[in-house]
Design a protein around this ligand. Sequence first.
Ligand SMILES: Nc1ncnc2c1ncn2[C@@H]1O[C@H](COP(=O)(O)OP(=O)(O)OP(=O)(O)O)[C@@H](O)[C@H]1O
Ligand SMILES: [Mg+2]
Length: 222
Amino acid sequence: MTAKVIAFLNQKGGCGKTTCSINVAAMLASQGHRVELINLDPQGTAIDWAETRGEHASPEDINFRVSSMGVNVQKELGAAKMANDYIIIDGSPTASKLTIAAIKASDLVIIPLKPTQADIWSTDSTVQYIHEIHDMRDQQKPLCYFLPTMVLTGSKISRTIASDLETGYGLPTMNRHTSQRIAYQDTFEKGGTIMNLDEHDKARHEIKMLSKEIEEICAEIK
Ligand SMILES: Nc1ncnc2c1ncn2[C@@H]1O[C@H](COP(=O)(O)OP(=O)(O)OP(=O)(O)O)[C@@H](O)[C@H]1O
Ligand SMILES: [Mg+2]
């Protein structure tokens, strides 16, 4: 079995691509899966994070490799796909060529999105690339989902947004989301992930449930 390739992509900056990538990677690795995280962002945030993680991180956080690739990611992934169960790609906010390359290399694209109108409008280009690749291939490959991120505690992430996204962009929304929680920033800044937190911590729990949903979607991909 070769690895399932999951990319967190959205050309809107600061929507949670890196945060979701490192935390989902750490959660899946902690469950015994072989995971590699690929930084596709010229800013190199995931690489910077990886360089600090040795000092403060929990054992789970150093359980997976982090490396960088570029526009040839599909080709470059060959060996990593043979050696892993999951490859997680942390996408770039700026470079369209990298976004397109990541869509082509992936089995599943997740579009993290703050559920505000301004952020929804800013996903236009990412969604357009996905539809172009689906049209070119004449099939819905890779599978693509929106993921609401930084949802304010107390606000219900309404299914109206999910239904607006589906109507407006023709793509479904995941059942899970991430809430606005300081724990994500705190753990990141210490070179760790939510795996550093207590097992019953809310941020850790929501990443656990998000990872479970990702695994379930991946299990359906041939
Ligand atoms: N659920 C969350 N709750 C609170 N803060 C969050 C959450 N998710 C992300 N953040 C914070 O928001 C900021 C942007 O997140 P992140 O770096 O993951 O976004 P990004 O999409 O990777 O950004 P870029 O487009 O620059 O690569 C960071 O400071 C991060 O700690
Ligand atoms: Mg990032």
